[in-house]
Design a protein around this ligand. Structure first.
Ligand SMILES: NC(=O)c1ccc[n+]([C@@H]2O[C@H](COP(=O)([O-])OP(=O)(O)OC[C@H]3O[C@@H](n4cnc5c(N)ncnc54)[C@H](OP(=O)(O)O)[C@@H]3O)[C@@H](O)[C@H]2O)c1
Length: 230
């Protein structure tokens, strides 16, 4: 097989939207729970990668997730999955990716924001580049797509509670990988929009800093979401 044909086959494998994948969700917090249960409803098989895979929290989450959801260590979960979702504290993301083993060819969905709390409920941006770029550099042969980081976990589960359609910016270097993430987004009742390459990941991550500082301020002056114009 020529290299061109091999690339075509690989691209096809990434683009077929109806294929049920095994998805490793790394982190069993709010976002891990929201995306794990949502993706399971789409027919994908979920394995939660947890630091405590035999702990009650992870086991309960697997139990309430549709299909044959299971738990494993983060490395075991990633090894058996085509898609790996990073739902861990933003400032830990490089460390987490480094323990996941060989991620070559896998689609990585980075949901993290590099938030640092400098005072109680005051957040700043904690990295010089962006988490999207940090993940892509730590896993250079993986297809990294930044998505879902601008939307609260409650809206991942109940997008219909918003007064209008919610948009999810998608960022990454591989078109087929972004299309695959767009299909996951659409199936959740959300609207994907492609914002550009991984180099612009900081645009969406900064939006999360603004949203959180507003949310936890005494004024809570606005609702920062990407919602369709009426
Ligand atoms: N909350 C939101 O609405 C929201 C929305 C968009 C994006 N985000 C971003 O998504 C990421 C996850 O947010 P979250 O709200 O789900 O956070 P969370 O509730 O605190 O959960 C994070 C999970 O990461 C895992 N983890 C792995 N390494 C860890 C470490 N060193 N220290 C602590 N936990 C570790 C833990 O699962 P195990 O104990 O099972 O390992 C933990 O439950 C963050 O980067 C956040 O900025 C959050």
């Amino acid at each position: 097989m020529t290299i061109r044909n091999l690339c075509l086959v690989l691209a096809l494998l990434v683009t077929v939207p109806t294929f049920a994948d095994t998805i490793a969700i790394i982190g069993t917090g709010n976002v891990g729970m929201a995306l794990g249960t949502e993706f399971a409803q789409q027919g994908h098989t979920i394995v939660y990668g947890s630091r405590s895979p035999l702990g009650l929290k992870a086991l309960d989450l697997a139990k309430k997730t549709q299909g044959n959801a299971s738990t494993a260590s983060p490395m075991e979960a990633a090894a058996g999955a085509e898609i790996v979702v990073l739902a861990v504290p933003g400032m830990m993301v490089k460390e987490v990716v480094e323990i996941l083993g060989d991620l070559s060819g896998k689609l990585i969905i980075d949901v993290t924001n590099p938030l640092v709390m400098t005072e109680p409920m005051v957040f700043t941006y904690g990295v010089a580049s962006s988490n999207g770029e940090i993940v892509q550099a730590a896993a250079p042969d993986a297809l990294v797509v930044k998505a879902f980081n601008t939307i609260g976990w409650q809206s991942m589960i109940n997008p219909q509670n918003s007064p209008g359609p919610l948009y999810v910016p998608i960022v990454g270097n591989n078109k087929a990988a972004k299309e695959k993430v767009a299909a996951l987004v659409k199936a959740m009742g959300l609207v994907p929009f492609d914002l550009g390459p991984i180099e612009v990941a900081h645009w969406t991550e900064y939006a999360a800093v603004v949203a959180l500082n507003n949310q936890f301020s005494e004024r809570q002056a606005f609702d920062l979401v990407f919602r369709a114009i009426d």
